[in-house]
Each structure stands twice: as structure tokens, then as C-alpha cells.
Design a protein around this ligand. Structure first.
Ligand code: FAD
Ligand code: NAD
Length: 392
């Protein structure tokens, strides 16, 4: 029997595994944790909203077949010659490999950024941001040093802006808890380009900017971060901002394991695949989600959860087809639009060509989470993950 090995239980990995279960194909899935997390909601965990466990799903709650083997391990390398994958706890053989190991932060070689900033990369790192901000507030109460109340978010793409949205919601609560004047908290979002959210229309950008600035965020565009030291962000032009909290949301690249394994990669470390999501370097390897360099009309599609979710079923179908010598199915990306939350109650976005904003956008974003849970685990999972939201 052919051995199928899936690496990573994110959106692409889980949807692939669920598809293989439907096809009654046994597989082994190796993931760092025993749970799957919804990365699209991690800004909520970082911004003090809810219990982090609301963003996770035990893998076994979704993948229930006894023929599905789930292994908790951290993958360290892929040996394509030997058809083996190495992890911290073991070595895994494969006949067919699916690599869906997601993304890491892209630091663009900015000196000190990786060492001296926080970023959202998984549940733990998101919760760490939340805890760090609260600890800085506690320190301010002890020593009165206002630097503890300066928060810098570097980058105003979707991650940066969604995080700022969470923070403008949470900071008043935190100020109340510690008896701090909200006006003493300096929340700065620093963006190198002339605008925030370049992927949405100008009107929606203005709505987002107004919503966030009215609630106390400072949005600084045309301002580039060039160096970071402990507690200090250096900007192009010479200004230095001293901040107790520095979060980097300046971009992502694919898991470095792909580049290390010698795949053909783009400048963001994504491994090139053909129209069937099959590695151009090895027909026994399929690659999905943020790890895949998939081009449509000559351009790579951006790394998003919606693409990763759509790739999963095609990966499952194509691995099965490859095993049985059937024709493979080409992947087509259907762009459903973009929705950015600006805190708990409002958002902005484009669904198809339709601009959406305010409560409607926030509700549509919530609906996309419900749709995903439904696709992944049906009614039981959807009910489990939508009825126990705790605001703290
Ligand atoms: P991931 O979801 O990152 O999953 C990778 C999996 O691999 C994880 O389970 C991880 O634990 C595991 N893993 C990683 N390394 C190892 C290792 N060495 N060994 C074992 N396991 C490992 N996209 C949208 O389309 N819509 C949104 O609204 C949206 N919101 C976002 C909000 C935030 C705050 C962020 C950060 C991103 C958002 N994105 C959104 C982007 C989206 O989250 C990613 O594109 C998506 O998660 C990619 O899915 P994936 O399956 O490729 O990888
Ligand atoms: P991004 O690359 O989209 O945005 C990063 C931002 O940081 C850019 O605007 C960039 O100009 C800025 N930047 C880079 N270097 C800088 C510097 N030195 N100084 C100041 N600013 C700098 O990254 P992201 O926001 O993390 O998004 C990553 C991927 O995840 C994207 O594909 C995005 O679409 C997806 N995502 C989607 C959603 C959503 O749909 N709601 C939310 C988050 C992320």
C-alpha cells in the first residue's frame, strides 16, 4: 500500500486529510501540535479577545478514521532522495508527500527585527503578544515609565490593520483594569508605503483609517522601519521610537524547510508547483497553501487561507489519482474577496466587486469562519466553536 504523508495541519493540510478520509485513503499527518488552529483569527488572540482555545480544534475531532495516523512532531527536514522526512522525534517514510507547512514572518533582513520584535506566527506567539502588552501595563503601574505604554505595529497590511483593530477595542478595557488614562497609551502603526491596506479600494481604506484613528490609533504611512534594538524602533530619516511593545506584521514567507530541501522557490521561499499542485521538482510531492508558488495568469496567487482551503480537496483528489494512475485535476483559484475586521464589531472588505463595511463586513467575516468550520467538521464542530466565545 502507498504511504501518504502530510506535513502540517493548517487549512491546506486539514482539508487534504479530510478529503483523503472521504476517499478512504489511509495517511499519516505530522503536525507540531495535537490541534489545528485557525490562523485567520490569531489577531484576535493577540489583541486580547477571547480564549485562545476558541481558535483551535483537536485534530482527532475532525480526522476520526482509525486508518488516519496523527503524529505530533516538529518537522526539521525533507530528504527527497531517500523519500524520508525528519522530525524532532522520528523519521517518516513516504511514497507520496503533501507539504502544507504554512508560513513564517518575513523580516527582509531588517537588522534586529527578528530578535527584538514579536509577531503572530501561531497560537502561542499570538497569546504572547497579548500577555506582553498586559505585562507592560503592569510595569507602568510599578515604575511610571511611559515607554511601557507605547505599542508599535510595523506594517499596515491586513495582519497589521486587523491587529490594530483588536487593540483599539481592547486598550480601553485594559486601561480601566489598571487605572491608566487611555490618552497616555500611544498605539502607532507604521507603514512604509503611502497607504494602509493597499489591496482594498481607496474608499474602504479611508473608512478603515477613520475607524482606527477615531479610536485612538496613530497610522503613520510613508514611514519605513529600518532597524530594531531592544525597546527601540529606528525609522528611515533618523527618528527613533522607544516602545515597550514592538510587533512586526510586515509580511510572510513560506516555511524555510522547502528552500532547505532544495525545491525551486520564489523570493518568498514558496516552492513552484504545476497546475495540479505537484512540485515541479518531484512528481511524488504535492505542495499547498502558503508553501505553494502557484501562478495564475502569469502571477503567483497571494498566500491566503481561502486559497489554502480550496487547495486541500484538490490535493486530496490528485494524490489519490496519482496513486491509481488516474488523470490529475487542475487547480483553479476562486477569489471570493477580502474581509478585514477592525475590532469586534466592524470591518471593511470587498466581496466579489462589492465593497462592504461596518457591521455587515464584520458579520461576513464571522460567517466565513462558520462556513469553514462547517466544511471541515460539519454541524458538531461548528456548534462547538461558535457557542463558547468568552470575552476577557
Ligand atoms: P497554516 O495555516 O499556517 O498551517 C501550517 C501548519 O503547519 C500549522 O498547523 C503549523 O503548526 C504546522 N507547522 C508549521 N511548521 C511545522 C513544522 N516544522 N513541523 C510540524 N508542523 C508544522 N487569509 C485569508 O484568506 N483570510 C483571512 O481573513 C486571513 N486572516 C489572517 C489573519 C492573520 C492574523 C494572519 C496572520 C493571517 C491571515 N490570513 C488570512 C492568512 C492565512 O492565515 C494563511 O494564508 C493560511 O493560514 C495558510 O494556510 P496553510 O494551510 O498554508 O498554513
Ligand atoms: P503583507 O505583505 O500583506 O503586508 C505587510 C505590510 O508591511 C505591507 O503593507 C508593507 O508595505 C509593510 N512593510 C514591509 N516592510 C516594511 C518596513 N520596513 N517598514 C514599514 N512597513 C513595512 O503581510 P500580511 O499583512 O502579514 O499578510 C500576509 C498574507 O496573509 C497576505 O497574503 C494577506 O492577504 C493574508 N492575510 C489576509 C487577511 C484577511 O484576508 N483578512 C488577514 C491577514 C493576512
Amino acid at each position: 500500500m502507498s504511504k501518504i504523508l502530510i506535513l502540517g495541519a493548517g487549512y491546506a493540510g486539514m482539508m487534504t486529510a479530510a478529503g483523503l478520509e472521504k476517499n478512504s485513503e489511509p495517511f499519516t499527518l505530522v503536525n507540531k501540535n495535537s490541534y489545528h488552529y485557525m490562523a485567520t483569527l490569531l489577531h484576535e488572540a493577540a489583541g486580547g479577545r477571547g480564549n485562545a482555545m476558541n481558535y483551535t480544534v483537536p485534530i482527532r475531532q475532525v480526522l476520526t478514521k482509525p486508518t488516519s495516523t496523527i503524529v505530533e512532531d516538529e518537522i526539521t527536514s525533507i530528504d527527497r532522495e531517500k523519500k524520508q522526512v525528519h522530525g524532532r522525534n522520528g523519521t517518516y517514510d513516504y511514497d507520496w508527500l503533501v507539504v502544507t507547512l504554512g508560513w513564517v514572518s518575513e523580516y527582509f533582513g531588517i537588522p534586529g527585527m527578528a530578535e527584538n520584535s514579536l509577531s503572530i506566527m501561531d497560537v502561542d506567539s499570538a497569546v504572547n503578544i497579548r500577555n506582553h502588552i498586559e505585562q507592560e501595563f503592569q510595569k507602568y503601574k510599578e515604575d511610571g515609565d511611559k515607554r511601557h505604554l507605547t505599542i508599535v505595529i510595523g506594517g499596515a497590511g491586513l495582519t497589521g490593520i486587523e491587529l490594530v483593530g483588536e487593540l483599539v477595542d481592547w486598550l480601553p478595557e485594559l486601561c480601566l483594569k489598571y487605572g491608566i488614562d487611555r490618552k497616555d497609551v500611544d498605539l502607532q502603526n507604521i507603514e512604509a508605503m503611502p497607504t494602509i491596506l493597499p489591496m482594498v479600494s481607496e474608499t474602504l481604506r479611508e473608512v478603515a483609517a477613520r475607524t482606527l484613528t477615531e479610536r485612538g490609533a496613530r497610522l503613520r504611512t510613508n514611514t519605513k522601519l529600518v532597524k530594531v534594538e531592544p525597546g527601540v524602533v529606528h525609522l528611515e530619516g533618523g527618528e527613533a521610537v522607544e516602545a515597550g511593545t514592538i510587533v512586526w506584521t510586515g509580511g510572510v514567507r513560506a516555511n524555510p524547510i522547502l528552500q532547505q530541501a532544495g525545491f525551486t522557490v520564489d523570493r518568498r521561499g514558496r516552492a513552484k508547483v504545476n497546475e495540479y499542485l505537484q512540485s515541479v521538482d518531484d512528481p511524488h510531492i504535492f505542495i499547498g497553501g502558503d508553501c505553494a508558488w502557484f501562478e495564475e495568469n502569469g502571477r503567483p496567487i497571494p498566500p491566503t487561507a481561502q486559497a489554502a482551503m480550496q487547495m486541500g480537496p484538490v490535493l486530496a483528489e490528485n494524490v489519490t489519482a496519482a496513486i491509481y494512475g488516474r488523470p490529475l485535476k487542475p487547480f483553479r483559484f476562486h477569489n471570493l474577496g477580502t474581509l478585514a475586521s477592525l475590532g469586534r464589531e466592524v470591518g471593511v472588505g470587498q466581496v466579489g466587486n462589492l465593497p462592504v463595511k461596518g457591521v455587515i463586513a464584520a458579520m461576513m467575516k464571522e460567517a466565513s469562519k462558520v462556513k469553514y468550520l462547517w466544511q471541515l467538521g460539519g454541524m458538531r464542530l461548528t456548534a462547538d466553536k461558535t457557542t463558547d466565545v468568552v470575552h476577557i
